[in-house]
Design a protein around this ligand. Structure first.
Ligand SMILES: Cc1ncc(COP(=O)(O)O)c(C=O)c1O
Length: 380
């Protein structure tokens, strides 16, 4: 199998991730923070390590500003539902994943908030100027993706951060496609809220994610419950990160996430990002020569990372994806990629595109094989 679906979840993981999870499950899997015995203490140490490494990855002021979540969707819901108040206005874009679209759409439908979608550019970026034009006196939140999961083009997070700060609004950055791949510095880039999964670019397993909350920003808790301390109080603790966490965490997964983040620290995030960009651009260069192919990605080459979307004239994305899998052992993802607005923007709704998403463990040979397989499927 040549796995080119890293935008959905990365595979394989570094060997150290499998080892850390195996070791944790066999030797350290007490309930973290709940009991005083050695296994519980060791378990808590692994959870704390994951939190510390996430904080280091994004240059958070402190690990306490990082709530550990189930995935990016969980983190985004905690952020959106924790900050918005009745009557607030939110600016977002047409290129968001449903994890941002749907919570905002549900709140707008009940009249709790009003919503404006800023225009995006033909290269798949959303220019900060377009966001600025959509701001009103009531804008409390700008919720925007760092990188379209359909197109793989990275937006200017620092420009969004400054814009939000100047306007007195909050910025929620969906870093699902960029965390672990593109450098993020929440302090230098003035980011208030950053949500991402652990299972994509951070190389952790599924069931892990994180939400960074700028210090001084108090979100309404999304859930209340046991935190392992201050059990005598009727009310859930107000301190971060426990304010936004409750119940036993996915400590098995977090042990893996800590190992994934350690791998990134060892390899270097710039090396990882530039490898993915090189592979994506190599693929784009090959397949754009095929007669029936339209390539939607790569229109801002210096901002490109792993995900690449294409359309094939006269062929259904689902059929192409199925043939690549069945006949050539190539895993890609046809369809809407949970981002229907992006496909309306491209004109590829409702069938979507075929997305090939390259990861750190892919090679130039994988890219060439995928391009050859596609040419055969298309009869070129
Ligand atoms: C841009 C973007 N946001 C959010 C998500 C949701 O991630 P998760 O499935 O971890 O909740 C994804 C997943 O593909 C994504 O690409």
């Amino acid at each position: 199998m040549i796995y080119l679906d890293n935008a959905a979840t990365t595979w394989p993981k570094p060997e150290s991730v499998y080892q850390a999870m195996n070791d944790f499950a066999r030797n350290h899997a007490g309930n973290p923070g709940r009991s005083g015995h050695r296994m519980a203490v060791e378990s808590e140490r692994r959870v704390a390590e994951a939190r510390e490494r996430v904080a280091r990855l994004i240059h958070a002021e402190s690990p306490d500003q990082v709530a550990l979540t189930l995935n990016a969707t969980d983190a985004i819901n905690i952020a959106i539902k924790g900050v918005l108040r009745p009557g607030d206005h939110v600016v977002t874009t047409h290129l968001e994943h449903n994890s941002i679209n749907r919570p905002l759409a549900a709140m707008a439908e009940t009249g709790f908030i009003t919503l404006t979608k800023a225009a995006s550019a033909p290269d798949g970026t959303t220019p900060p100027e377009e966001i600025r034009k959509a701001l009103t006196a009531k804008t409390r939140l700008i919720a925007v993706t760092h990188c379209s999961n359909v197109l793989g083009v990275v937006n200017d997070a620092a420009a969004y951060g400054s814009l939000a700060m100047d306007h007195g609004a909050l910025l929620l950055l969906d870093a699902s496609q960029t965390a672990g791949v593109v450098p993020i510095d929440v302090q230098a880039q003035k980011l208030d809220l950053v949500a991402f999964p652990g299972h994509k670019g951070c190389f952790g397993p599924m069931g892990t994610g994180a939400l960074y909350v700028r210090s001084g920003l108090a979100l309404r808790p999304f859930r209340e419950g046991g935190t392992g301390f201050a059990a005598e109080h009727e009310m859930h603790p107000e301190e971060m990160p426990y304010r936004l966490e409750g119940g036993t965490p996915n400590a098995h997964g977090l042990a893996g996430l800590a190992a994934g983040l350690e791998f990134i620290e060892r390899e270097g995030i710039r090396k990882i990002g530039s490898h993915e960009r090189d592979l994506a651009l190599r693929f784009i260069d090959s397949v754009r020569r095929l007669s029936r192919v339209t390539v939607w990605s790569g229109r801002a080459p210096d901002r490109q990372i792993g995900p690449v979307s294409i359309s094939i004239q006269g062929a259904e994305p689902a059929e192409i994806g199925a043939r690549l899998d069945r006949e050539f052992g190539i895993a890609c993802r046809p369809g809407l990629h949970c981002a229907p607005g992006t496909h309306r923007f491209l004109g590829t709704f409702p069938k979507g595109t075929v997305r090939f998403s390259f990861g750190y463990f892919n090679t130039a040979a994988n890219v060439d094989e995928a391009a050859r397989a596609l040419a055969k499927v298309l009869g070129d």
